[in-house]
Design a protein around this ligand. Structure first.
Ligand code: NAP
Length: 278
């Protein structure tokens, strides 16, 4: 009789001690009485490939990947999904029984599902989206906005060249605004997103004027420390529908958990409390 292995998954990064993923997956394992474990692993650059090739032999069914390895894992994987290739980074690896490594990027999925849950009437295809920032996270956001049919994506970044590069890659649906003109992106927008790190604990404040926020606009911030940012407070004050960034982190974890542990987990208040708790 073959031995039934307990499925193991985890998150690889450097540093890793601040990752919320172990709490998140730990909650789902407990809440669903699944026999399995999810482990944080600090792995330095030079060890990445060796560790990834060894983990399946130790009973791992997959891992999440975070900074600084999200780009380099694409070179190690045998199969890369179209969306991970387009974004140029992966956050979820699945170790297949045949020994092949499959890499996906679920950040854009998490972003969209978070808005669908937090703003059920969100109709992204009915008007422009304003995107502040063109860093690593913005690539996944832009790709997912195109996927859900946003007709015009207005993009502005302090370093304009990064926004221009995204336009060159993602096409004419993207309109680049100079950072000094970023406030104008809000004019008539249906959705607004902060993908910069501005407003995060320890980072500078978000200082772009936000008087273009209008009632009914759906506004989200990728920053989730703090949960309520200045960007979201201003949007609330203007009567917008606001959705915080923690939900994106929670939703992006769903596809990985489902593939590794065989059941689709739910994102609910109990999960938020488990992740935020002491
Ligand atoms: P990144 O690649 O380092 O990009 C940082 C972005 O912030 C760039 O657009 C950068 O502009 C801008 N920025 C930084 N300092 C600035 C300043 N003083 N003035 C104007 N712009 C400034 O980081 P990332 O991976 O995209 O992450 C961005 C944020 O999203 C982080 O806070 C991260 O924690 C959060 N995030 C959240 C989730 C989630 O699940 N909620 C997922 C991914 C990321 P330049 O190009 O000019 O430097």
């Amino acid at each position: 009789m073959s031995e039934q292995r307990i499925p193991l998954a985890g998150v690889i990064g450097d540093p890793i001690e601040h990752s919320l993923s172990p709490r998140l997956h730990g909650h789902w394992l407990r809440a669903n009485a699944i026999v399995g474990h999810y482990i944080p692993m600090r792995v330095v650059n030079g060890d990445l490939e060796h560790v990834i090739r060894t983990l399946p032999k130790a009973g791992f069914v997959g891992v999440n990947v975070t900074i600084p390895h999200k780009e380099s894992v694409l070179r190690i994987a045998d199969t890369v999904t179209d969306r991970a290739a387009l974004i140029g980074a992966a956050n979820t690896l699945i170790f297949r029984p045949d020994g092949k490594i499959y890499a996906d990027n679920t950040d854009g999925y998490g972003f969209v599902e978070n808005l669908r849950q937090g703003a059920p009437d969100w109709a992204p295809d009915t008007g422009p989206t304003a995107v502040f920032g063109a860093g690593g996270a913005a690539r996944a956001i832009v790709a997912s906005l195109i996927e859900v049919g946003v007709p015009e994506i207005r993009l502005s970044n302090r370093t304009r060249a990064r926004a221009d590069a995204l336009r060159a890659e993602f096409g004419p649906r993207i309109k680049v605004f100079d950072w000094t003109q970023a406030a104008n992106m809000l004019d008539g927008a249906v959705t607004a997103v902060n993908t910069t790190s501005l407003g995060m604990v320890g980072k500078p404040d978000f200082r772009v004027p936000l008087d273009g926020f209008k009632p009914g606009m759906v506004v989200t911030d990728l920053v989730y420390t703090p949960l309520r940012t200045h960007f979201l407070d201003e949007a609330d004050n203007a009567g917008c529908i606001t959705v915080d960034g923690l939900g994106m982190l929670l939703h992006q974890a769903v596809p990985g958990f489902e593939r590794w542990f065989g059941m689709r987990p739910v994102v609910d208040d109990a999960l938020r409390q488990a992740v935020l708790g002491p």
